[in-house]
Design a protein around this ligand. Structure first.
Ligand code: ADP
Length: 493
């Protein structure tokens, strides 16, 4: 059973093989014209040769019939000239010549067998009616021709109009049967030769088709080989196989995929090393703090307290990084993982702002909320809350003392927009494109001081992209920054 299945699979593979298909096409393209030519030429040969021979014999028979009348052979069948002519005719066409008179009696037989006998046949009767008859007996290989022997001014065409008068001019019938054996033999020989030629051609065409199919397929094999070589690991190598335009396109697409994979691989490596580094920093600080306390034999209790406070801060930091990382991992999933529900965005915004008020108060920053209209949207509440909280929190964190943050909510028929403008420190223009990168911070030490992880904007951007929205920032250094998030009102899955 398994063996049969394997056999079937192999056969299916062969049918699907391009090489096999090219081979079959080339073979057919070579063989079909050869076969058509053979059928056309050999098949028609016999018919054609018999036709030529029949009309030739009929013409000669008509000439002979005229001579018979001229020499009055039917009355006196002894003319040497005619006898010689009949003999010559018989030799030339390898056939039998019979001369039959009006009483259906054979007065001359070139073979001398039937002389004096009475012969009545359909052909002879028809010939006495003035018709020239010719038959080809394919099975017995002979042509029979019956020609009326009539006076010279006899016209076959006139028979219809004036039967009695013309028929009386028919004095007898010349019956000739000639062998077509040689035509059949020639036909057979030709057919045999054609068979040999066809088999030889078949072999040559098979060889040629195999050779050509191999050559035509080679570039595709080269592409597979080249891809297999690179498949092992994404080396820096860019492959090149430029035989066909099509293979060139495949390779181009493959190289693009490879370079994209390389970029992804590199960014993954970078991310892992960044994560390790970020997680290690608080650990190192804690170790330094603990070590320095341990080195002092008689450290006062106040110093212990101070160092323990610092250690707690570092633990908090570590915690924040880990929870941000977990949020980011959640955001890396596809839109299918969204938990969509109808959310009143005005209420949501007020809740977020209320939660952030204590932080804003600490720095004496004024929080202004302006809502242009009531907005209800289909979103994942948790993720959108996280995204917008990060934007507003940043606007507070990277602000100046006594500054302000203005949040505006608006919507059209398709999207709602949340604009967060601050009076803060701003972001240098050339760094704007990097702020969404994981662990990117404009000023590392400042960000650390205020508890930043460099993951907030990456989380915001991923959350908004999952909702098929967009986020963009404009900023003037020293004056402030505006972030605009644009999110579809209804979710299309
Ligand atoms: P962080 O946790 O450091 O705040 P984010 O990903 O939220 O990380 O932001 C990345 C960096 O972008 C910040 O470190 C900061 O330098 C800059 N940034 C973000 N928001 C603002 C803003 N409103 N004003 C000035 N700089 C900002």
């Amino acid at each position: 059973m398994a063996g049969r299945l394997k056999n079937f699979m192999n056969k299916a593979k062969l049918v699907r093989s391009l090489k096999m298909r090219i081979f079959v096409l080339l073979f057919l393209a070579g063989m079909i014209p050869a076969m058509i030519m053979r059928i056309g030429m050999i098949g028609n040969y016999e018919e054609h040769a018999v036709g030529v021979r029949t009309s030739d014999v009929t013409n000669q028979a008509q000439i002979l019939a005229n001579h018979l009348i001229n020499y009055n052979y039917l009355q006196i069948p002894t003319s040497e000239v005619i006898n010689a002519e009949i003999e010559q005719f018989s030799d030339l066409y390898d056939g039998r010549v019979l001369i039959i008179d009006k009483s259906y009696k054979v007065i001359k037989d070139a073979y001398g067998i039937s002389e004096g006998k009475i012969i009545i046949s359909k052909e002879i009767m028809q010939s006495f009616q003035g018709k020239t008859i010719s038959n080809y007996d394919r099975d017995n290989h002979y042509i029979e021709v019956a020609v009326p022997i009539a006076e010279e001014d006899f016209y076959e065409e006139d028979l219809m109009e004036e039967e009695g008068g013309e028929l009386s001019k028919i004095k007898g019938v010349l019956l000739i049967s000639i062998s077509t054996e040689n035509i059949v033999i020639t036909g057979d020989t030709l057919s045999r030769k054609a068979d040999i030629l066809e088999i030889t051609m078949g072999i040559v065409i098979i060889g040629f088709a195999l050779w050509l199919a191999n050559i035509l397929i080679r570039p595709i094999d080269r592409v597979t080989d080249a891809i297999n070589e690179v498949k092992g690991g994404f080396t820096d190598e860019i492959i090149e196989v430029s035989d066909y335009l099509e293979t060139e396109h495949i390779i181009e697409a493959f190289n693009q995929v490879i370079s994209r994979m390389r970029i992804l691989d590199k960014s993954r490596e970078e991310f892992v090393s960044n994560v390790s580094h970020e997680l290690k920093t608080p650990m190192t600080s804690m170790k330094v703090l603990a070590d320095s306390i341990l080195m002092q034999d008689d450290a006062p209790i106040e110093l212990y307290k101070e160092f323990m406070e610092d250690i707690t801060n570092e633990i908090e930091r570590e915690n924040k990084i880990i929870s941000d990382l977990l949020s980011l991992v959640k955001m890396d999933k596809t839109a299918a993982d969204l938990n969509i529900e109808s959310v009143n965005v005005n209420e949501l915004m007020e809740l977020i702002l209320k939660r952030l008020t204590p932080i804003a108060k600490r720095e004496d920053i004024e929080l202004i909320f302006e809502s242009m209209r009531q907005v209800v949207a289909q979103v994942d509440e948790v993720k959108i809350t996280l995204a917008l909280t990060n934007l507003i929190e940043n606007a507070i964190k990277y602000n100046k003392k006594h500054g302000w943050v203005k949040v505006t909510l608006d919507a059209d028929h398709q999207f709602f927009t949340v604009e967060v403008t601050d009076s803060g420190i701003g972001i240098p223009e050339e760094l704007l494109e990097h702020i969404y990168e994981r662990f990117f911070r404009v000023d590392k030490s400042h960000s650390r001081e205020i508890g930043g992880t460099g993951l907030g904007l990456a989380i915001t951007r991923n959350a908004i992209l999952m909702h098929r929205g967009s986020v963009k920032a404009t900023s003037v250094e020293g004056e402030g920054t505006t972030f605009t998030a644009k999110i579809p009102l209804s979710h299309l899955s």
